[in-house]
Design a protein around this ligand. Structure first.
Ligand code: AMP
Ligand code: MN
Ligand code: MN
Ligand code: MN
Length: 286
């Protein structure tokens, strides 16, 4: 990854989505927008897939952006879903591709079940409906949410989640994601570094968060996303403390999905305190 010498001038965004998962911009459009937003180093981190990376690399070379091959992998730890960002992964790794392929299969099975449950709740054809919002048929709950908003079931994506797609609601399906330790190992085996995504979003108690981070560190995790789109300064301050306590390197990423959500805009991230070790300021293996 481009390193520290001029890091104060380098703008990083190490967590973004494209049409390869639940983003609305193609990898090419994403890179173009990153250029407009003056991002210098961009990681494309689609959910459980690297299908967009090659297109992004091509676009990035035209725009002179450094494109970090990445992925955001769904995992579970003690019954909590945890997202792990893998950066600087080898996209030729057959082992990683095989594991991600299995997650795609799991997503299809889950999506069909979500469709069945929504049908029982009086909303037919949601599986086919959600598919209309995908390019790569990599189905996420976001695609169902877009379909449900279009059907007039709620007036916003977040309301649709609240009423249909979270635990206890008609379209929620519990999913057996791979264990956190396994996912960290896949990333390491593909020569990448593993980063805990958006820690504040898991709503863990402080003691459970400490256990999560200790386990993550023991599995060989490298970093923690200390700032991300829609995260407040208190959360960032807490995350910085966690990074220091567990000697995890700091990462930042907008979690950009679409241009209509301004708080997740590309490159819209706070500057980190200068003393904080970051995922980009040291050789990855240390
Ligand atoms: P999935 O991986 O299929 O369970 O979908 C998770 C995705 O849904 C996340 O990456 C977010 O993009 C989106 N998401 C989850 N919860 C919400 C929410 N409350 N409002 C809007 N989007 C959400
Ligand atoms: Mn998403
Ligand atoms: Mn996530
Ligand atoms: Mn994300």
């Amino acid at each position: 990854m481009p390193q520290q010498a001029i890091s104060n001038m380098i703008k990083y965004d190490l967590h973004t989505h494209s049409t390869a998962s639940d983003g609305t911009l193609t990898p090419t459009e994403l890179v173009q927008r990153a250029k407009e937003k003056r991002v210098d180093v961009l990681a494309l981190t689609d959910h459980d897939t690297i299908a967009g990376i090659e297109e992004a690399i091509t676009a990035a070379s035209l725009h002179r952006i450094a494109l970090i091959p990445g992925v955001e992998i769904s995992s579970q730890w003690q019954n909590t879903g945890i997202h792990v960002i893998g950066l600087d992964i080898n996209i030729q790794s057959n082992e990683l591709l095989t594991q991600l392929q299995q997650l795609q299969t799991l997503r299809v099975t889950r999506a069909k079940e979500i469709g069945r449950r929504l049908a029982k709740a009086g909303i037919p054809d949601a599986y086919q409906g959600a598919l209309q919002y995908t390019r790569e048929e990599n189905l996420t709950r976001t695609h169902f949410a877009r379909f449900l908003v279009a059907q007039g079931k709620a007036d916003s994506i977040s309301r649709v989640f609240k009423h249909y797609l979270v635990p206890g609601k008609p379209g929620y399906v519990k999913t057996e994601w791979p264990e956190l330790g396994e996912v960290v190992q896949w990333i390491k085996d593909a020569s990448g570094i593993a980063i805990i995504a958006h820690p504040a979003r898991y709503k863990l108690t402080a003691s459970k968060m400490r256990r999560l981070l200790q386990d993550f560190k023991n599995y060989g995790g490298t970093g923690i996303e200390v700032a991300h789109g829609n995260c407040n300064p208190d959360d960032t301050a807490k995350n910085i403390k966690f990074a220091e306590t567990f000697e995890l390197r700091a990462s930042i990423g907008s979690d950009f999905h679409d241009p209509d959500t301004p708080w997740n805009e590309l490159g819209r991230l706070p500057r980190l305190p200068g003393h904080l070790p970051t995922v980009w300021d040291k050789p990855i293996s240390s």
